[in-house]
Design a protein around this ligand. Structure first.
Ligand code: PBG
Length: 327
């Protein structure tokens, strides 16, 4: 090992072509998954106020959006359904003709090569806004498992390529794996939201998906933000239950968790750059306080550098354009 003045690290930073040659992390369009919200109705494309540039789509406009997403080279979308009606047990989540099931059928029909991942959870479908069934004022884990499994099965029967349980009940990956296998669907992968924290960064999403809990909060099932060893236990459980891919969520405030999960497990790792992370960047860029494009690329590259293979992000479409124009 030599040192200064023999070593000069600035030598490889002098020009863009040199920097490009020695760049360690490259963000690619093929890393990205685009989340989309679907609502009942026709010709609807309404902007979500806290997420500029993101919309709630009816199925007809969603299909058009998915065609554009595929044209941009983005490999997949993550669908969230917002039903016409909610009830105590979230029946709309597992209805054969529910909003997500209809949307999946329509998208797969028009854009068969686009990967359709569905979020499996009850919170958008329950009148109380929690991710499971309430018994004595609490979310009952084991009663919820059957409903989540039925939800996942109905998504796959509608044509979903991958199911992504986001509820944080214990045992849900195994329950979903069982019902899919019994139904002859052993080839469908599960992307588990394994280390999902009880985060304030989901605020804008809850406005978009109308899924704010009507009482209490989600701290009794989502993870406590200060914990990282527990994240490894969550991932390990999901792997043992048969998860094919695991996820850390949110992404930017949890880069250390992404890096630890990457170092400990060999499965494909997804990171969810959530609604609040998106809203912060957009708000600052709109005020002229940050360069939105550069900050977006820096954030997503950092998530990849920390170890994520797949980045779920509301920035996916704009990033596809940035990458293309950068050549
Ligand atoms: C549903 C779900 C949430 C998100 C993804 N799936 C909200 C929550 O848990 O409250 C958040 C996504 C985002 O903020 O972008 N359980």
């Amino acid at each position: 090992m030599s040192e200064f003045p023999i070593q000069r690290l600035r030598r490889l930073r002098r020009t863009e072509v040199l920097r490009h040659l020695v760049r360690e992390t490259r963000l690619s369009v093929s890393d990205l998954v685009y989340p989309l919200f679907v609502v009942p109705g026709r010709r609807i494309k309404e902007e979500i106020s806290s997420m500029p540039g993101q919309f709630r789509f009816s199925i007809d406009t969603l299909v058009k959006e998915c065609e554009e997403v595929a044209r941009l080279g983005i490999p997949g979308v993550l669908l969230f359904g917002i039903p016409e009606a909610k009830d105590e047990v979230g029946s709309g989540a597992y209805a054969r003709n529910g909003i997500t099931q209809r949307a999946v059928r329509a998208v797969k029909k028009s854009v068969p090569d686009l990967l359709v991942i569905t979020d499996v959870c009850l919170c958008e479908y329950t009148s109380h806004g929690h991710c499971g069934v309430i018994v004595n004022g609490e979310v009952d884990n084991d009663k919820t498992l059957d409903l989540l499994a039925k939800t996942a099965l109905s998504h796959v029967q509608a044509g979903a390529d991958i199911v992504a349980p986001s509820d944080m009940m214990d045992g849900r990956v195994a329950a979903i794996r069982d019902i899919l296998d019994e139904g002859g669907l052993s080839n469908i992968p599960i992307m588990a939201y394994s280390a999902k924290y009880a985060s304030a960064f989901y605020g804008p999403f809850r406005e978009a998906a109308e899924s704010t809990p009507q009482f209490g909060d989600r701290q009794g099932y989502q993870m406590d933000p200060p914990n990282i060893r527990e994240a490894l236990r969550e991932v390990e459980q999901d792997v043992l239950e048969g998860a094919d891919m695991v996820m850390v969520k949110p992404a930017l405030p949890y880069l250390d968790v992404i890096a630890r999960v990457r170092a400990t497990f060999d499965l494909p790792l997804a990171a969810y750059n959530v609604s609040g992370e998106y809203a912060m960047v957009k708000a600052a860029a709109r005020n002229g306080w940050l360069d939105g494009e550069r900050v977006t690329m820096e954030v997503l590259t950092a998530i990849k550098r920390a170890g994520a293979d797949i980045i779920i992000t509301y920035h996916a479409k704009e990033v596809a354009e940035f990458i293309r124009s950068a050549g």
